[in-house]
Write a protein that binds this ligand. Structure first.
Ligand SMILES: Nc1ncnc2c1ncn2[C@@H]1O[C@H](COP(=O)(O)OP(=O)(O)OP(=O)(O)O)[C@@H](O)[C@H]1O
Length: 626
């Protein structure tokens, strides 16, 4: 077993083709310390002085990457390493197997090298991995079951020679995904349509959305049905078809009378669909006649309701449609576009929700009510539009992403006191909204880390308050039984918000992704099971523990989160109680920071005094000598 220095020196010797330490000025040698002596490409924790990142991109290495040396040498080093980046060198690899021993890696970047061979199955044991980038190499063979890594949010594997099926990833949590230019085959897993076709292009055997080619229907001859059974089913089908045609015929002849009325309702369709290209949020009527088109725009211009926002005064619906729009995300209830309206000098986020059964009138009432309740940490809609088929909500664009991206993306470390501060701010804002809107039965309804946005000063704000999209097929499938039951009771939607807030706390404490598909139930269950086994310490995000965050206060916050995710809504605290409890932890944290700063300062004074007496002593001594 080697120490950190030996591990790193052996590792870099292998990276360079001549087996040398590359450049003496980089500092990599056995007689110095990688952290204190700031070796090139080594990033350390400020508190624990342990190596956290090796960032060796574009340094012309043309030797071998040996994960065994790196991950099985010094144990504490293997456990502290969370990012390895070797992009854009000319490295080869003999066997990637050893990488699974660096089990706390959260980012692995191997882009643009000469790596070849299979990705070993053991890679799927890298449970903490959030980003895996292996693009522009010569990797081949079938992918290991990377879908087992629940926190993976970025997978970039384009320009390789990979084949077989794409694992069944839970795409709802992904920020980036690209497997283009490989040899993958089979259907694209569900949810892949969140990404543009360019993420899957040039894989001759791939099919399904978002690619234009549909997957062939499954081969019926392998279904095990006998010839007689197939004939019988065909008979049933024909009878069914005749009945449907008869009903349709009846319906059409009746419908002719009402034709005039039906064509008055406008069938709207947003055409902006490109992820990468800038496009326009053009909404067109399905009624092709020119007359009706002009009617549509007149109707549309009237229908944009600008709420009490002076910035967008005078904004017309048509201007909004003409402005360049970029699709920034697709959620389960619709899509969000970034739209720049130069006239108003305003960048907006336009959320489009389709097939929301809420009537236009109820929607208007809801929006106007929400506009009356303002909190600085809740993002209000600045305008809205509604038709029978869809609803548009216009928000000010928030430039610094979401809490989800902050926790699971590539950003800088998100430290304990910032997490605690964010939790306190959001709890207070939510408590204010619940208090104000209790009688209107208007809770948030869809609280999650991607709906907590960060403004230009990196201050958090809750977005999409009051947009609980009821009665949608997708949402009914995705919500858990508990929540389905809760949603029947208006008051309980407030308790559903508390549950959702608990899941956000768990995400912040564990650093793990909560599955959108089951409203974070998996994460809640996982945390509760770990606590039952009395391994509470294991549950926390290693970044927090390494940073030296107080375990006592993390446990206190965890207890609040556990109360929030209680299966029974009645047992959950109200969000105002949660806000008070978090504030108490925050106060304790601030006080302990003050004390430690004061202690540091006192230590500094004692040191100064000691130094001064040493100088004085030295002066007395030297005077005596003189
Ligand atoms: N005002 C805004 N400014 C900047 N980004 C935004 C804004 N509103 C939403 N987004 C981002 O747009 C993306 C898609 O948002 P959206 O709310 O549609 O998805 P979602 O929250 O995952 O799903 P859902 O449909 O369930 O709300 C998210 O990454 C979100 O952070």
């Amino acid at each position: 077993v080697d120490d950190v220095q030996t591990t790193l020196v052996k590792f870099i010797q292998k990276l360079s083709s001549s087996n040398d330490i590359p450049d003496p000025t980089w500092g990599w040698n056995l007689s110095s310390d990688p952290c204190k002596d700031q070796w090139k490409g080594v990033a350390c924790s400020n508190r624990t002085f342990q190596v956290q990142k090796l960032l060796l991109d574009g340094l012309n290495f043309s030797g071998t990457f040996d994960p065994w040396i790196l991950c099985t040498g010094d144990k504490s080093f293997a456990e502290s390493l969370n990012e390895l980046s070797l992009n854009d060198n000319r490295l080869r690899v003999e066997n990637l197997e050893g990488i699974s021993s660096c089990r706390y890696l959260s980012r692995l970047h191997l882009r643009g090298n000469l790596f070849s061979g299979n990705l070993p199955d053991s890679m799927s044991r890298l449970n903490n991995l959030k980003t895996l980038e292996i693009s522009q190499n010569q990797f081949s063979g079938v992918l290991p079951d990377l879908a087992r890594i629940s926190g993976l949010t970025q997978f970039l594997a384009q320009d390789n020679d990979l084949s077989g099926f794409i694992p069944e990833f839970d795409f709802s949590n992904f920020l980036k995904f690209n497997v283009s230019n490989n040899n993958f085959s089979g259907p694209i897993p569900n949810g892949g349509s969140r990404f543009p076709a360019s993420s899957f292009d040039n894989n001759s055997g791939l099919c399904g959305e978002p690619l234009p080619n549909e997957c062939p229907p499954k081969d019926k001859s392998k279904s095990g049905y006998s010839r007689d059974q197939i004939l019988m089913f065909s008979g049933y089908f024909l009878i069914g078809l005749v009945v449907v045609l008869l009903i349709l015929y009846k319906f059409c002849t009746k419908g002719k009378k009402n034709k005039k009325k039906v064509s008055d309702s406008i069938d709207l369709k947003v055409e902006a669909s490109d992820y990468d290209g800038s496009t326009k949020l053009s909404i067109v009527s399905s009624d092709k006649s020119e007359a009706s088109k002009s009617e549509t725009s007149a109707e549309s211009a009237k229908s944009l309701v600008v709420l009490s926002s002076p910035e967008v005064n005078g904004l017309k619906f048509e201007e909004l449609l003409k402005a360049p729009a970029e699709l920034i995300g697709r959620g389960k209830h619709g899509s969000v576009y970034k739209v720049i309206c130069e006239g108003q000098g305003l960048t907006m986020a336009v959320k489009r929700i389709k097939d929301w059964s809420l009537s236009s009138n109820d929607f208007k009432i809801r929006m106007k009510r929400l506009d009356q309740v303002r909190h600085p940490s809740v993002l209000p809609p600045i305008a809205f539009y509604c038709s029978k088929q869809e609803k548009l909500l216009i928000y000010e664009y928030q430039p610094n992403g979401s809490l989800f991206k902050l926790l699971h993306g590539d950003q800088v470390t998100f430290d304990w006191s910032s997490r605690l501060g964010l939790a306190a701010t959001i709890a207070k804002a939510l408590a204010f909204m619940h208090e104000e809107l209790r009688e209107d039965l208007l809770a948030h309804g869809n609280l999650k880390s991607s709906n907590i946005l960060l403004n230009e000063n990196m201050e958090p704000c809750i977005s999409e308050y009051g947009l609980r999209v009821e009665n949608q097929e997708v949402s009914m499938v995705s919500i858990s039984n508990i929540q389905a039951a809760e949603e029947n009771d208006g008051q309980n939607t407030f308790k559903s918000d508390v549950y959702a807030f608990g899941v956000i706390l768990l995400e912040m404490l564990t650093g793990k992704v909560a599955s959108v598909q089951n409203n974070g139930m998996d994460l809640a269950r996982y945390v509760v099971s770990v606590i039952k086994e009395e391994w509470t310490g294991e549950v926390f995000d290693r970044g927090l523990s390494k940073e030296g965050a107080s375990e006592e206060r993390m446990v206190n916050l965890l207890q609040i989160a556990i109360q929030c995710v209680n299966q029974s809504p009645e047992a959950r605290p109200s969000i105002s109680q949660v806000a008070v409890m978090i504030d108490a932890i925050k106060e304790e944290d601030d006080t302990s920071m003050d004390i430690s700063q004061a202690l540091c300062f006192r230590g500094f004074l004692v040191q100064q005094r000691a130094n001064r007496s040493r100088i004085y002593y030295y002066m007395v001594e030297s005077r005596q000598e003189i």
